[in-house]
Ligand binder design. Structure first.
Ligand code: SF4
Length: 753
């Protein structure tokens, strides 16, 4: 029997379910305004996270006045987390961008668009196609993303563009491509309910993906739930096994488990021989990861390691592996994700119900960004360097092939580095806020200050990045425009326009159309008149790809069927009703590599780039705070209801032993200091972090001033999970006598960690 830990309402962030659906007003949520009862309902998909919950939007005179979770949508089955419930209220914030702002002054769209095109053309003409770049987001619809990528690269002549999905999912993309031959998360949410063992690695779905956690709680098989996380997270508290490893020792742990499974004869030899390459080399490599070595490097005892390995080895029916940012945001993130994939492959846990090596994405359209943003991949998961792919996409889009560059984009961090070096001189940010969210934030802001032209296109004119922009283009938000998202389980869902955007804000889609017109390349995009027209262009681009969606009849079919998972090919819709069912990949043991075999990929673990030391004796980990908060809180901070559900202060999780050594009381102000910056937070004394480790939620704008900028060399994803800091009592907030007694903690010995 699974139970939630005791709930403190002020900090509670679990899902809101049945009673709230029936009586939302009782909880202050979803309260219908007096005398404004809905006269119609339409269906939408939530625009926050990658879970992709279905919402019923209640309309009065054609405009949204309220919403409730959709009981018929196969993802969430009538539940939603606090963010989903409040999705409409955040649209009413007073700081919505309502007019274009040029150097902080309101101007009309004509002036703004002329200025945008003049500046971009000047820079590209003078310095070449690599001098301007765009950086977008997994928050806009995938038709919009595709339009942005196509406009910038095929219309305006840029080479470089990336998105904030680099901070989130780049590792999973790189890992899947190399291991499976395509960026292909194999699972369906039904796997949460059909596993006998669920292994969560660097994932805290209770907080980060609460509706997925609801699916776990529906599992009727009394599953074993294993959590690998340095912290005792909410999910770890509910687990049957928790392995509180030392920060970033996950790769060593996973190789050690592989070794124990091989030693114990727990490999699914038939599957490995029939469907994979590289196992023998991997087995030889893993032999170095003896239990003694792994225990010393991870802090997990040998008996615990053996018990873990025994729980997941071949012979245990239905093991599924799930990971998210704790893995993706590491200095060897791709190899860590692949070490998880290796465990699934060697135990034969792939392509069957309740199994899989499953990366949970972050943003509502992260998967759409991965396939259709035209950034590092050519539209539809193609390769810019492949002439046949360029020809195919040219034919599918009707865009002359000579307009398609034969170079992929630089990655996000490389674009920023190029801006520092002066080769990139203009950046167009769309619906993302790197002045808050990028690692080593002060360095990012220093570099942004060097740009000749900084454009921000966003719903709000008050983001940290918008405040630095030369030009702000006001954009409509979720609910104020239509289009599709692709969720974590590859489900394409359609979301309608149910509100009018404020002032002169426009849908990103329409901003791109206007820019094409002002730039003089509208003819190139003559078919790209509506989001659904772009959807049809993208269907053609997807033909014969693993992500093919040519069988989807259009938006009507998506609305009728509760979304459709890719792949969905032309011949599928006439012969079956499977669009409503949950489908997983690799059921036939055939992968997307040239020889149809999955690949074992591995590398030696190396230490994190910034280790704790005498001056900075703590390892700082950052991550999600509560499920009422979303990333930089650009939207969620606008909801009065959500604000009531989060701590009022920035809280530093600090182990009681360290606090005692430092003379710090619970709730006391503390300074958290790294080589780069310092901030003040309140200490939360807890056994949920081990001695020598501290944790800060990423939502506070100051937190990324502390983080050390290191990147996974394969995915270029930033590593947010391992920075060295010092913690001190805040001398300005305590008495002189206490000041004299304050001291710095030394790093605990490894036996304590
Ligand atoms: Fe569902 Fe995510 Fe939206 Fe919450 S934020 S309602 S979990 S899609």
């Amino acid at each position: 029997m699974l139970t939630f830990p005791a709930i403190n309402f002020r900090e509670w962030s679990g899902p809101l379910t049945a009673d709230l659906v029936r009586k939302p007003a009782k909880f202050g949520l979803g309260q219908l305004p007096a005398r404004r009862m809905p006269d119609a309902t339409t269906k939408a998909v939530c625009g926050f996270c990658s879970t992709g919950c279905g919402l019923n939007i209640h309309l009065k005179d054609g405009a949204a006045i309220n919403l409730t979770p959709d009981p018929d949508y196969p993802v969430n089955i009538g539940t939603a987390c606090p963010k989903g419930w409040e999705a409409l209220s955040v649209l009413d914030a007073p700081d919505r961008a309502k007019m274009p702002l040029l150097h902080g002054k309101e101007v009309g769209w004509d002036t703004a668009l002329r200025y945008f095109c003049d500046q971009m053309k000047r820079i590209l003409d003078q310095h070449g196609p690599e001098a301007a770049a765009f950086l977008s987001t997994g928050q806009i619809m995938f038709e919009e993303m595709a339009f942005l990528g196509a406009l910038a690269k095929f219309g305006m002549g840029m080479i470089h563009g990336d998105g904030n999905t680099r901070q989130c999912m780049a590792t999973a993309v790189t890992a899947y491509k190399e291991s499976f031959g395509f960026d292909a998360p194999p699972f369906t949410y039904a796997d949460f309910e059909e596993s006998d063992v669920l292994v969560f690695i660097g994932a805290n779905p209770c907080i980060a993906h609460p509706i997925m956690w609801q699916r776990v709680l529906r599992n009727p098989r009394s599953p074993e739930i294993i959590v690998v996380d340095p912290r005792t997270t909410e999910t770890a508290m509910a687990a049957t096994q928790h392995y509180a490893i030392k920060p970033k020792s996950d790769l060593t742990l996973l190789y050690g488990l592989a070794h124990l499974i091989i030693q114990a004869g727990g490999v699914d030899q038939a599957f490995v021989r029939a469907s994979t390459n590289g196992f023998d080399e991997f087995a030889a490599f893993a032999a170095d990861f003896t239990p003694e070595r792994v225990a010393a490097e991870t802090g997990i005892g040998i008996e615990g390691l053996r018990h873990f390995a025994q729980t997941i080895m071949n012979g245990t029916p239905r093991v599924s592996f799930w990971w998210t940012m704790g893995v993706n945001q590491g200095h060897q993130a791709t190899r860590t994700a692949q070490a998880i994939i290796n465990l699934a492959l060697m135990t034969g846990n792939i392509g069957k119900p309740g199994t899989g090596a499953n990366s949970i994405t972050g943003q509502c359209n992260a998967m759409g960004s991965r396939l259709f943003s035209n950034t590092t991949n050519l539209l539809g998961g193609h390769d810019f360097r492949n002439a046949a792919h360029r020809e195919k996409v040219a034919k599918a889009t009707g865009i002359p092939v000579e307009r398609i560059p034969d170079l992929p984009s630089l990655a996000y961090d490389q674009i920023i580095q190029a801006a520092d070096e002066g080769t990139v001189k203009a950046i167009w940010f769309v619906a993302t806020n790197p002045s808050h969210s990028w690692i080593d934030q002060n360095e990012m802001n220093r570099i942004l200050g060097k740009l000749d032209f900084l454009v921000v296109q966003d719903m709000y004119c008050t983001t940290e990045t918008a405040k630095r922009a030369h030009l702000v283009l006001p954009a409509a938000g979720w609910g104020e425009k239509e289009g599709c998202f692709i969720n974590s389980e590859r489900r394409i869902g359609c979301s309608p326009k149910v509100r009018r955007a404020p002032g002169q804000a426009l849908a990103d889609f329409h901003i791109f159309r206007l820019i094409a017109h002002y730039w003089g390349c509208a003819e190139v995009f003559r078919e790209w008149q509506t989001p659904e027209a772009v959807f049809r262009v993208l269907q053609r681009c997807s033909e014969d790809q693993p992500c093919e969606i040519t069988g989807i009849e259009g938006y009507d079919m998506l609305r009728r069927s509760g979304g459709v998972q890719w792949p969905f090919r032309k011949n599928q819709h006439q012969t079956s009703k499977i669009q409503n069912s949950e489908r997983r990949l690799f059921e036939d043991g055939s992968f997307f590599t040239p020889d149809r075999r999955a690949v074992f990929c591995f590398d030696k673990p190396v230490p994190a780039p910034e280790l704790a030391n005498d001056r900075f004796p703590f390892v700082l980990m950052t991550g999600r705070g509560t499920s009422a908060q979303w990333h930089t809180e650009t939207r969620t901070a606008k909801s009065e209801v959500l604000r009531k559900m989060i701590p009022q202060d920035l809280m530093l999780e600090l182990n009681d032993q360290d606090a005692a050594a430092l003379g710090i009381r619970d709730g006391q102000d503390v300074r958290v200091i790294s080589k780069r910056a310092e901030l003040t937070a309140k200490a939360r004394l807890t056994a949920c972090v081990k001695p020598g480790e501290v944790y800060l939620p990423m939502h506070d704008a100051r937190v990324n001033q502390l983080t050390h900028a290191s990147f996974d060399p394969l995915s270029r994803q930033p590593s947010y999970k391992h920075s060295a800091v010092r913690v001190e009592a805040d001398l300005t907030s305590i008495s002189l006598q206490r000041r004299a007694g304050a001291r710095t903690c030394v790093r605990p010995s490894s036996s304590q960690a």
